[in-house]
Ligand binder design. Structure first.
Ligand SMILES: *Cc1c(COP(=O)(O)O)cnc(C)c1O
Length: 417
């Protein structure tokens, strides 16, 4: 067995494979140059075109471009009139932004544990968390697999709650024959650097609710009336009005330049990730010390393949996850943790009294999984490097029957000598 790089051996590859490397094509670069040369680099016509094309892709009535999914979630909560004293039910197994926005509007996040098979909020546990203060349910499509939106929708309807989907991982996902983005009242998408579609930073809020779209457009740009962004256009300076104190949440045409072409290539990028996913599944199926998470399947649903989580079988390893990940880092393979559950973060513990033990399924996943590189910016050789590194590290730290037997044998020889 070759020596680990962290023990003086040679790494599986000479250069670092960064986690979440995006695929930026010539089309994005040309479009960006065109924008830079145009003299209009802020919010403008390319954002509007991106909104239209994105709405078409996810089959939504309206799509509102913003500077992050966090902004999209915040605006959705405001549009749903969630405020101080209210409660919002969400999952602990998510990025902190999902819960942070709930606190931004003065409401309280109420965490409901996940179903370990899907990593998504367990619909069977939601109803017992509903109180007379509950205003919304904020499910997250973890890793790209859609939540049980039918069951969630039934509970929401029964209690008069708004459903706001966090689809940061799930741009390409379908749920039982419907496109994610066209199902609930609000859906938020992320175009952060590591996401399936990236604009560096950016996001989109989709809705079918025509009664709130004008207010959302204003809220995203300082609360100004909706055509205020045209105030420097050829028609001459246009006066504008602040309708309410809004936010600085708009996208720019530079970001949309990337988004337009990332969107055009999205299905192809998904195919690339599906191929890498299959390579990983096959390579790790019989590797001791790691467990492949079976891909959930539902008729008419599609997994958006954002994160490939490898579960460590810590009982069969003589190292912990931190050591495993740093050994992979020394082999020049970047990894991630998704996620440290939100209720375990200091602010949430201090503010809401949440603690370890509250949500055992989320904690177990948070403790034992690591995410391997999975992005359209990778080639198959990159995936083979990941496989070689994981195999090397798992074998080095594996407690196998053979290893134990070999150890017994050397002990006997030592004794005999
Ligand atoms: C990335 C992410 C967000 C935040 O997205 P931004 O665009 O960075 O604001 C929210 N929720 C989840 C689950 C995420 O992974």
């Amino acid at each position: 067995m070759s020596r680990l790089a962290c023990e003086g051996g040679r790494p599986v590859r000479p250069d670092f494979l960064v986690f979440g490397r995006p695929l930026i094509g010539e089309a994005e670069i040309a479009e960006m140059v065109d924008t830079l040369r145009s003299g209009w680099i802020g919010f403008g016509p390319k954002c509007l075109r991106f909104e239209q094309e994105f709405a078409g892709y996810v089959q939504a009535d309206y799509a509102l471009s913003v500077n992050s999914a966090t902004a999209a979630l915040h605006l959705a909560l405001l549009a749903a009139n969630v405020g101080p004293g209210d409660e919002v039910i969400t999952t602990p197994l998510t990025f902190v932004a999902t819960a942070n926005v709930v606190t931004h509007v003065g409401a309280t996040p109420v965490f409901v544990d996940v179903d370990p098979a899907t990593q998504n909020i367990d619909p069977d546990r939601i109803e017992s968390a509903v109180t007379r203060r509950t205003r919304a349910i904020l499910p997250v499509h973890m890793a790209g697999w859609p939540c049980e939106l039918d069951a969630i929708g039934v509970i929401a309807e029964r209690h008069g709650l708004t459903v706001i989907e966090d689809a940061a991982h799930a741009t390409e996902a379908w749920y039982r024959g419907s496109k994610v983005g066209s199902i609930s009242r609000f859906t938020a998408f992320s175009f952060y650097a590591t996401k399936n579609l990236t604009t560096g930073e950016g996001g989109m809020l989709t809705t079918d609710d025509s009664t709130v779209i004008d207010r959302l457009r204003a809220l995203r740009l300082h609360g100004l009336d909706k055509d205020a962004w045209k105030r420097y256009s050829p028609g001459g300076f246009m006066p504008y009005q602040a309708l309410e104190p809004g936010y600085k949440y708009n996208m720019t045409d530079m970001q949309a330049s990337l988004g337009l072409h990332q969107l055009a290539r999205l299905e192809q990028s998904l195919e690339t990730r599906e191929r890498i996913w299959a390579m990983y599944d096959e390579a790790f199926a019989d590797l001791s010390g790691v467990r492949v998470r079976p891909l959930p399947e539902t008729l008419g649903s599609r997994h958006a393949r954002h994160l490939y989580a490898l579960e460590l079988d810590l009982d069969r390893l003589e190292c912990d996850r931190a050591r495993f990940m740093s050994a992979l880092g020394s082999e020049n393979i970047g990894t991630g943790i998704h996620f440290v559950p939100v209720h375990q973060h200091q602010y949430y513990r201090d503010t809401y009294g949440t603690r370890r033990g509250d949500h055992p399924h989320a904690e177990r996943i948070g403790d034992r999984t690591l995410s391997l590189p999975l992005s359209a910016g990778m080639c198959e050789d990159d995936a083979r490097d990941v496989i070689a590194a994981v195999t090397k590290v798992a074998r080095r730290y594996a407690r196998t029957v053979a290893q134990v037997a070999a150890w017994d044998e050397t002990a006997e020889l030592r004794e005999a000598a």
